[in-house]
Design a protein around this ligand. Sequence first.
Ligand SMILES: Nc1ncnc2c1ncn2[C@@H]1O[C@H](COP(=O)(O)OP(=O)(O)O)[C@@H](O)[C@H]1O
Ligand SMILES: [Mg+2]
Length: 259
Amino acid sequence: MKRMKKSIVKLEQVTKIYEGKVMHRALNRLDFEADQGEFIAIMGPSGSGKTTLLNIISTIDMPTYGRVIIDGIEPEALNSNELALFRRHNFGFVFQDINLLSSLTLEENIVLPLTLDGLPIAEMKKRVEQLAKQLSLKDILNRRPDELSGGQAQRTAVGRALIHKPKLILADEPTGNLDSNSAKEVLELLSVVNQTERTTIIMVTHDPIAASYCDRVLFIKDGEFFNEIYKDERRQTFFQRILNVLSLLGGNVHDLRML
Ligand SMILES: Nc1ncnc2c1ncn2[C@@H]1O[C@H](COP(=O)(O)OP(=O)(O)O)[C@@H](O)[C@H]1O
Ligand SMILES: [Mg+2]
């Protein structure tokens, strides 16, 4: 069956220039499109503009030139209140630094974004229970962050990013601080969410293994499009193709963490 494609992110000729003592062009005339349900990795050497790209997609930053359309909306046309609400309703964020609130339990951390929306307690409970099952955190919801493994903590952060059912998950090096087993847990979780909920995921990563979980990898270099590859059947061959492009890309390939 042919699936209808729906564009959820569209960047047209996006340029980002940071003004400062030295002007820096972090992105240069970049085109990028993500369809609903895609799981995309963004790779490139340090300083190539990956975080800048993610910040522009997430509307945290605006481009200097070019156009951004998220789910049919141009964020630039929204005022700051509208933008904050738009962000809160549409996006879930996962970062390298996990940033759970240490005085709250896992359950309280996960539910935090919903309390902002004033949802009924019963509805919140229901959603946490569903998610906790999916995240394999059911039995430890009353623990606090300092009683968790790295993988459990990051899975909790993924839970917090998912609790309000966002259309788009934006992740910046979500496995960057995790050991290989914990990284695998988080990546498998993201894959399941992507497949079952059709949540679009855009993930910046240095790690070719992490990228091999995605459907597509976009490589950027010096703020420009470098290459793009799609997954075929097997993750192992995709992984090999990712390594091939990374070796063409040069830069910091030597400091890749080989998991
Ligand atoms: N706020 C800023 N002001 C000035 N320069 C910046 C700022 N943020 C990033 N840069 C520069 O823009 C380039 C791209 O940065 P970034 O998007 O963080 O790259 P990456 O995430 O790929 O490492 C780098 O050269 C960085 O030094
Ligand atoms: Mg970065």
